[in-house]
Design a protein around this ligand. Sequence first.
Ligand SMILES: *[C@@H]1O[C@H](CO)[C@@H](O)[C@H](O)[C@H]1NC(C)=O
Ligand SMILES: *[C@@H]1O[C@H](CO)[C@@H](O)[C@H](O)[C@H]1NC(C)=O
Ligand SMILES: *[C@@H]1O[C@H](CO)[C@@H](O)[C@H](O)[C@H]1NC(C)=O
Length: 169
Amino acid sequence: MQFYFVLAALALFAGQALGLSVDGGSVGNVSAIEVIDIPAGQLKMDCQTACAPAFSAIQSCDVSDDNCLCKNETVVAVRDCQQCMYSELIKKNEKMPDPRAGSTPVLSAYSAACLASVNVTIPPQAIALTVPADWDGPNGMSMGLPAAVLTVITTALIGVGGIWIVCSM
Ligand SMILES: *[C@@H]1O[C@H](CO)[C@@H](O)[C@H](O)[C@H]1NC(C)=O
Ligand SMILES: *[C@@H]1O[C@H](CO)[C@@H](O)[C@H](O)[C@H]1NC(C)=O
Ligand SMILES: *[C@@H]1O[C@H](CO)[C@@H](O)[C@H](O)[C@H]1NC(C)=O
């Protein structure tokens, strides 16, 4: 008797709409809240405040209410949360600890999921991430690289030259 009750309950849950399914890249399809709920870590702590409105916006929606999950306020809050993670990663010059952290593809996927589910088109500027204003640009970041490469090449040439001199003596 109880067994059948459990089965019936499971069937009920399985048949329920699960809400927005967002392509999270290597983490697979994720729900709206999982788009911002990255694994615990420094980045998550750093963006706790910036992400709080997004968590409450999503949590205030019924889990299967895609219209609510796709409305402007919700999407903008999610973007702001992603923007915080994006800016933090750039500032610290760190790799994304998770494919969902500060991720443009995940925001695009969120937008695509809204279009597919409830035919809501999110304007691209509402999900665009911007490079922090105080960042000194890609030049500042890669300045060390050409110099380092030159040093290696020069060192190698001197080495080869040295061998050549020895060999030709
Ligand atoms: C993710 O969702 C899409 C669309 O709903 C589906 O085609 C795809 O198979 C899903 N991928 C995984 C890994 O579940
Ligand atoms: C969406 O919300 C943001 C911030 O609340 C606002 O600046 C923007 O104009 C809104 N866009 C639309 C299309 O309602
Ligand atoms: C989706 O929305 C657009 C514009 O709001 C409308 O033209 C189109 O007919 C809608 N498509 C469906 C399948 O409801």
